[in-house]
Design a protein around this ligand. Structure first.
Ligand code: SF4
Length: 220
C-alpha cells in the first residue's frame, strides 16, 4: 500500500458500496488504493472487449487480477465480447482517438457495467478510465451518466482520480508493482495508429508483453 496521505473520499449520496469498472492494472491501482484508504466496499468489474489482440487482453487482465488478489478485492471477469465490439466499431475504423469510436467504446463498457451494478444492488459505479491523461474526462463522464440513466437508484461517480496527487501515485504504484506497461490504448485501430506514429518517428513497432513499469528507463 502506498503510504502518502490521501483525502478521504465519499461516493455520491454517502454510499459505501461501489462497482469499479477497470480498464487495466496501471489505471486502477491508484483508484483501488484510494478507495481502500477511505473504507469503501468495492468490487472490480473487468469488461474490456475493445482490447486487441487477445494476448494483450489477457496480459492486462492477469495484472489486474494479481493486484485485486493482493488486496483481497472481489474481481468480476466479464465476457470478452470482441466480435460485438468490432461490429459496433464498423464504419469508425479511421476515427481519431477521443472521437466517436471512443464514445461508442466507453458506452459499450459502461452499459454492461451499469447492468451488472443494477442486477447486483450496487448503488454507485465508477471507472478507472479517467485517471489516464490520454483520455477526455468529460467524454468519459458523459458516457458514465448515460449508462446509469435507465436505472433508478444507480449513480455514476465522476470523481477526478487524477486530483490530489492521484496521477503521480498511479505511476508510483505501477513501478512498485512492476505492472505490465501497455503502449497503446487498446483496440486494433489504436494499435495500428500508434505503430504508424512510431514508424513516422523511426521507432520500431510495439512488441506486446515487453515493457514493465520500473524495469525500463522509459517506463513512466
Ligand atoms: S482508442 Fe481506446 S477508447 Fe478509443 S475505441 Fe480504441 S480502445 Fe476504445
Amino acid at each position: 500500500m502506498n503510504e502518502k496521505p490521501r483525502q478521504s473520499l465519499t461516493p455520491p449520496d454517502g454510499q459505501k458500496k461501489v462497482l469499479l469498472h477497470s480498464c487495466c492494472a496501471p489505471c486502477s491501482g491508484e483508484v483501488m488504493e484510494a478507495m481502500i484508504a477511505s473504507g469503501i466496499d468495492y468490487t472490480i468489474f473487468f469488461y474490456t472487449p475493445n482490447i486487441h489482440p487477445e494476448r494483450e487482453y489477457l496480459l492486462r487482465k492477469d495484472e489486474n487480477i494479481r493486484f485485486a488478489d493482493k488486496h483481497g478485492v472481489p474481481f468480476v471477469d466479464a465476457d470478452y465480447d470482441k466480435d460485438d465490439w468490432f461490429a459496433r466499431a464498423k464504419g469508425m475504423e479511421w476515427e481519431p482517438e477521443r472521437g466517436v469510436r471512443c464514445t461508442m467504446c466507453f458506452d459499450m463498457r459502461f452499459e454492461r457495467t451499469a447492468l451488472y451494478a443494477h442486477e447486483h444492488d450496487f448503488p454507485v459505479m465508477t471507472s478507472s478510465l479517467g485517471i489516464s491523461r490520454w483520455k477526455n474526462m468529460a467524454q468519459i463522464n458523459e458516457c458514465g451518466q448515460r449508462a446509469v440513466s435507465p436505472y433508478d437508484g444507480l449513480s455514476y461517480w465522476d470523481f477526478n482520480w487524477r486530483k490530489g496527487g492521484g496521477s503521480a501515485r498511479m505511476i508510483e504504484i505501477s513501478k512498485q508493482e512492476r505492472f505490465y506497461q501497455q503502449e497503446y490504448c487498446g483496440c486494433a485501430y489504436s494499435l495500428r495508429d500508434t505503430n504508424a506514429h512510431r514508424r513516422s518517428q523511426g521507432r520500431p513497432a510495439i512488441e506486446l508483453g515487453k515493457l514493465y513499469y520500473g524495469t525500463n528507463d522509459d517506463a513512466s
